[in-house]
Design a protein around this ligand. Structure first.
Ligand SMILES: [Zn+2]
Length: 545
């Protein structure tokens, strides 16, 4: 090594270091008291931390060592979001944003703006509408949109990403008529007279639209990763688990990395998307995948297989044990128990980690049956969302070493009615119980569903404040130390990176953030508004104020 020097490339000193340096075994036995180093320093070389402490940092410094004075502010490990759609998030930043629309009229106005500069015939994509924020409280239909985009087909995703609406032109191009049958695992919305109303529920149905849209090219995908990377780094995120990846997207991650345009570590999950075929097609896909869990390196790595087993509470598509309170039915699952078991057996045979999207309690029952019957705990299977958790389910999670990827900010941001409803309120996200039972919980956002800010997630977990100002089940609040461990140790475990990430320790990768807020001694509100001043990935600055 021609340029090798015997001293650090980077030293950050004068910091209060929240090391998060605890083993998973310690956390599971109730120790959340990670070392905090006052007047500390961290030294990094070749992308790794070589020393952490409070002594004399100068002994690690050479003439060209980069030295950062943290000015007494907190230094944390780079944060890890273990369930995010970072590619989609980036692509959406490039389209119409309906998330701030407080009425249908505002959504229509946003479309009108975009149509002005769009070439006739091109698909206009947007996302983020949420009828729960509107007085009308009903989702838009094709007729609401037609006159605002007469020459452009529309693809407008609900904030949950489990509903999409198009205009009549979009319906025509996708050849959807009153006679089009619902695909398995999804449904098409209709007016009372049987004509399609432009709404599509769940992935399998939304795919009917996507099939007639032009494919996203590689450069667009790479741009999306750059765009989301800039935002993730701004919020202190240096690693994610992407939960719905296609082959095209996987190539884009590698290209982005090669071109130095990827500014965070990506763990990629293959999705067994019902829109691609039935259980036999999916089984074949598992057999033919050539990269398995763990394949890759520190920057881009295969994480596992994601199975979306049900929908979301707000759309009435999460699979529940009992009837919904506001609509009839109990929701449905995209695979039967039999099919799910078949997929899990194959996944187990080929050593895949499996993450299952379960918003309802019935789908979670099915996922646990499957994990118990067919899977090795060492594969680190996990449930994504687990919006509702009964005591009997918590016991099963513990007994079978099933972990969780949870998103505390969803409730706060979308409103509790949208997420849980009154009837199930007492079952919603019992965080303190989960910690007490020693279940490993990773922190995540599900962005672009809600903000990717881990500090918003931590504040929600610590506070549990509802939109009416009341505190939801105060006994289930967790401490900020526990919340930090979710976005560091818990998420790193799910990504199989706990030996190198999610902590500041000698030998670990040099992913750091400097923040402006002393998280350990402050209010939930201040936690929520924490600003990241500096984000470092593998010893290199990727964001700085
Ligand atoms: Zn998701």
């Amino acid at each position: 090594m021609l340029n090798w020097k015997p001293y650090a490339d980077l030293i950050i000193h004068n910091a209060i270091i929240y090391t998060a340096d605890l083993s998973l075994a310690e956390i599971c036995s109730g120790n959340y008291n990670f070392p905090v180093i006052e007047h500390g320093f961290a030294a990094a070389k070749d992308g790794r931390t070589i020393a952490v402490g409070s002594g004399d940092w100068r002994i690690y410094a050479g003439s060209d060592t980069k030295i950062i004075d943290a000015k007494g502010l907190p230094l944390l490990p780079g944060l890890i979001d273990c369930h995010i759609h970072d590619m989609e998030f980036g692509l959406e930043q490039m389209g119409m944003d309906f998330s701030r629309c407080l009425s249908l009229e505002e959504m229509q106005k946003t479309i009108t703006q975009y149509v002005k500069t769009a070439s006739p015939g091109s698909w206009l994509k947007g996302s983020g509408w949420n009828e729960c924020l509107w007085d009308s409280n009903r989702p838009p239909c094709c007729k609401d949109l037609d006159k605002f985009a007469p020459k452009n087909p529309l693809y407008c995703q609900h904030i949950s990403h489990h509903i999409c609406v198009t205009n009549s032109l979009g319906l025509r191009l996708a050849k959807i008529t009153k006679d089009t049958p619902d695909p398995e695992g999804g449904s098409i919305g209709h007016f009372d007279n049987g004509e399609p109303n432009g709404l599509f529920y769940d992935r399998a149905a939304i795919a009917l639209l996507e099939h007639v849209m032009p494919e996203t090219c590689e450069e667009e995908h790479i741009k999306a990763l750059e765009t989301s990377g800039a935002i993730l780094n701004r919020f202190g995120i240096t690693q994610v688990m992407n939960s719905m990846m296609t082959c095209d997207e996987m190539r884009a991650y590698l290209q982005a990395r090669k071109q130095n345009r990827l500014s965070y570590r990506a763990n990629l999950m293959f999705s067994l998307d019902r829109s691609l075929g039935d259980v036999h097609v999916q089984a074949e896909r598992i057999k033919q995948m050539t990269a398995v869990t763990g394949f890759g390196d520190d920057m881009v790595k295969m994480a596992g297989i994601k199975i979306i087993l049900d929908g979301v509470m707000s759309a009435g598509t999460a699979a529940l044990r009992e009837e919904y309170e506001h609509i009839s039915g109990r929701g449905s699952t995209s695979y039967s128990s039999h099919d799910l078991k078949l997929l899990a057996q194959l996944a187990g045979k080929y050593h895949w980690q499996v993450g299952i999207h379960c918003c309802g309690d019935r789908s979670a029952d099915m996922a646990m049956d499957m994990f118990e019957q067919t899977c090795h705990p060492q594969n680190r299977h996990f449930i994504i969302h687990l919006t509702l958790a009964h005591p009997d389910q918590i016991s099963r999670l513990k007994a079978s070493d099933i972990s969780l990827a949870l998103q505390p900010a969803i409730n706060t941001e979308l409103g509790e009615q949208a997420v849980i409803g009154q009837k199930y309120s007492n079952l919603y996200m019992p965080l303190q119980t989960l910690f007490r039972e020693g279940i490993i919980v990773g922190g995540s956002s599900d962005a672009p569903v809600v903000t990717c800010s881990p500090f918003a997630g931590m504040a929600s977990a610590v506070e549990r404040r509802l939109s009416d100002g009341s505190i939801h089940r105060p006994n289930e609040r967790i401490s900020i130390r526990q919340a930090l461990l979710m976005w560091t140790r818990g998420s790193a475990y799910l990504c199989h990176t706990e030996n190198t990430c999610g902590k500041i320790a000698a030998g670990a990768l040099a992913d750091y953030i400097i923040i402006d807020t002393p998280l350990l001694n402050t209010s939930a509100d201040e936690i929520r508004h924490t600003r990241v001043l500096h984000t470092i990935l593998g010893g290199k600055t990727v964001y700085q104020i």
